[in-house]
Design a protein around this ligand. Structure first.
Ligand code: NAP
Length: 267
């Protein structure tokens, strides 16, 4: 009998958790599921299968993990801005000969009434910010805040997942974890007299309300573009990721049958 397909999900996103649940539901015991997290937030999602936490030690470390754990397939469901781990996944899977799929969120689309200014990098956004407003809502993740440390003349309202010391000249912190609602976001922006929103072009629904709130209040949004997506096959829906997994399973089953026929023929 063929052993379960060992599938590694590179996670840390709501989509990755939803994917793990959907995979377990569709494939059950035919799948050995491991979800990998960087371990930045200190929270562990309640997902089916095993959860491992912490970096692999670069692309070579990930390749060694794939070989050591005999992983059959990888789905990269990390955040669109988590470019380093995605690059490592590309290189490690190529080195270890493991099929890999990227599950990527569809990007947000500009709508009537949106006042977006786009920047290629967080540093570019920081340089541009004083020309757009004086009271900025910064919901870009703690790791990105150093880019704004020398931005003068702007007061920041920073949203974080958990309290952390900030090295920003004039700032106030609000703690929150998505999904966020439109009315709450409008209230927050009004209460703090925000006149510009800084955001990553993350896509997805959990953090879209701040973009819709900016549109409702006619505020400019300084939108940092996504890094280039990883090379290779990519899908935008969980259903498509399930189909890809089914195809990997079928290919493995066919290879298994060929090997057995070959062995029987040699007897
Ligand atoms: P990154 O810059 O691409 O990765 C930095 C390092 O963190 C990687 O080289 C790797 O360390 C480790 N790492 C990242 N994701 C990992 C995972 N899923 N499992 C094991 N190790 C991982 O990524 P990041 O921007 O720091 O994001 C870290 C995690 O938070 C990701 O899982 C991502 O999905 C999630 N996240 C990121 C953002 C964002 O805006 N960047 C937003 C929400 C959630 P080694 O080189 O040692 O293997």
């Amino acid at each position: 009998m063929i052993t379960p397909l060992r599938l590694l999900i590179l996670g840390g996103t709501g989509e990755a958790a939803a994917l793990a649940s959907a995979l377990a539901e569709r494939f059950g015991a035919a799948l050995g599921l491991v979800s990998s997290l960087a371990g930045r937030t200190g929270t562990v999602p309640d997902v089916p299968g095993r959860v491992r936490i912490g970096g692999f030690g670069g692309a070579d470390g990930l390749a060694a993990y794939l070989r050591g754990e005999m992983v059959h397939a990888v789905i990269d469901a990390t955040h669109p801005f988590a470019a380093r781990i995605s690059d490592h996944a590309v290189r490690a899977c190529a080195a270890a000969g493991v099929p890999r799929l990227t599950l990527v969120r569809p990007p947000w689309v500009r709508r009537d009434g949106d006042r977006w200014t786009e920047a290629d990098t967080m540093g570019g956004a920081a340089a541009r910010l004083p020309s757009l407003g004086r009271r900025a809502f910064l919901a870009v993740g703690r790791q990105e805040l150093p880019a704004f440390a020398r931005t003068a003349g702007v007061r920041f309202l920073v949203r974080l997942l958990a309290p952390a010391p900030l090295d920003l000249p004039e700032s106030e912190v609000v703690i929150g974890r998505g999904p966020f609602g439109l009315e709450d976001e409008i209230r927050l922006l009004r209460r703090h007299s925000i006149d510009v929103v800084v955001a990553k072009a993350a896509g997805g629904e959990a953090t879209y309300a701040k973009i819709a709130a900016a549109r409702a209040l006619s505020l400019p949004v300084l939108m940092v573009r996504r890094p280039l997506p990883p090379a290779g096959p990519a899908v935008t829906t969980i259903a498509a990721a399930l189909d890809w997994t089914a195809a990997v399973m079928a290919a493995r089953g066919a290879a298994h049958d060929r090997d057995r026929a070959h062995t029987a023929g040699n007897r």
